[in-house]
Design a protein around this ligand. Structure first.
Ligand code: PLP
Length: 367
């Protein structure tokens, strides 16, 4: 049995520190925001290469608030990739704005910069690239187009803690970066969590007010806000995990390197691309195979936990039928949806386990 992720192995490796940190929150009673969250924010901002980080309750809320802080609302449009987790696009929808989708690149599976300009209209208010699978989108051309049209870029960094593009950290390139600390993410809370990072004090202030009912003084509600506060216990857990995130990321990268070596030359497998100018942090190790569903089923039956990210691109999801897209609109995203298979990857994954996954993949492809 090789699990897709192994959250228990990681907890065992840091249990005394985690238990003590949670114990301190229980003793102080600071359950919503509080000192543990503030400490984590102070660690996380420099990790993202920015001045400010504001902890919130989920990654989805981070995206929602970043868009609200830019004034995005009804009648506006926000450009996002067709291949992403649904939350990216739902967060746009929450603001009342219309998501406008573009296709992704076949190698990296991230937003295709060549498709953006055709999607820009007078209503466009922001561009929202996603650093899918843990690899930054091709940010320079995206930022250049944004600048030309006077548009802000918000980065969806939910899968990309510590990822880099030409030496710049995920979250530091757009006006704001949005992170998720869902338990299965590279930096995971023991519950839900998220953060918005930025270099701009005004955006940081807006996020801090919006996450806490629009106040910076209790019971004086200057903005229409939300209850999107980060929990104290999650801040404490994340604060401990910050010590290990670089080591865990390097372990993921080493596992990916080994996968690439082992998979080279295996017929019927295409491996997703790691671009030369980027530090991929491998939230997902994506390969592409024909008969993906059959291969995935055989691997599960052989005891190898595999995933699919994601089987249905956003434009074909029932909940967004109202956007009016059709099959064939984003062929690259559709092909990824049909062929992508995520192999197990987590920091504790061993060499032997990698060899076993590769041999089961070979067998499953042969049928
Ligand atoms: C996980 C994820 C989110 C949402 O984060 P939550 O913390 O689950 O709300 C947003 N975008 C992407 C790309 C994600 O993978």
């Amino acid at each position: 049995m090789i699990p897709f992720v192994d959250l228990k192995a990681q907890y065992r490796s840091i249990k005394p520190e985690i238990d003590a940190a949670i114990g301190r929150v229980l003793e102080t009673g600071a359950f919503a925001l509080g000192p543990a969250v503030a400490d984590f924010e102070k660690q996380f901002a420099p990790y993202g290469g920015v001045a400010f980080a504001a902890g919130v309750n989920t990654g989805t809320s981070a995206l929602h608030l970043a868009l609200l802080a830019l004034g995005v609302g009804r009648g506006d449009e926000v450009i996002a990739p067709a291949m992403t987790f649904i939350a990216t696009v739902s967060a746009i929808d929450y603001t009342g704005a219309r998501p406008v989708l573009v296709d992704v690149e076949p190698g990296t599976c991230t937003m295709d910069p060549a498709k953006i300009e055709a999607a820009i209209t007078p209503r466009t208010k922001a561009i929202l690239p996603v650093h899918l699978y843990g690899q930054c989108a091709d940010m320079d051309p995206i930022l250049e187009i944004a600048k030309k049209h006077g548009l802000p870029v918000v980065e969806d960094c939910a899968q990309a803690h510590g990822a880099e593009y030409k030496g710049r950290r995920a979250g530091s390139m757009g006006v704001m970066g949005c992170f998720s600390f869902y338990p299965g993410k590279n930096l995971g809370a023991y519950g839900e969590g998220g953060a918005v990072v930025t270099d701009q004090p005004a955006h940081d202030k807006a996020i801090r007010m919006l996450r806490d009912w629009g106040t910076d003084k209790k019971y004086y509600h200057d903005l229409k806000g939300y209850n999107y506060r980060m929990e104290g216990i999650q801040g404490a857990v994340l604060g401990v995990k910050m010590k290990y995130i670089e080591e865990w990321t390097e372990n993921r990268r080493a596992a990916a390197k080994l996968y690439r070596e082992r998979l080279a030359g295996i017929p019927g497998v295409r491996v997703s691309q790691e671009a030369m100018d980027r530090r991929h942090v491998y939230h997902v190790f994506a390969v592409f195979v024909e008969n993906r569903d059959e291969v995935a089923k055989r691997m599960q039956e052989a005891g190898v936990g595999v995933g699919i990210h994601y089987p249905i691109p956003v434009h074909l999801q029932k909940c967004f039928a109202e956007l009016g897209y059709e099959r064939g609109d984003f062929p690259v995203a559709e092909r990824i949806g049909a062929e992508e298979l995520s192999l197990p990857i987590f920091p504790e994954l061993s060499r032997e386990q990698i060899d076993q996954v590769v041999s089961e993949l070979e067998k499953s492809i042969r049928g």
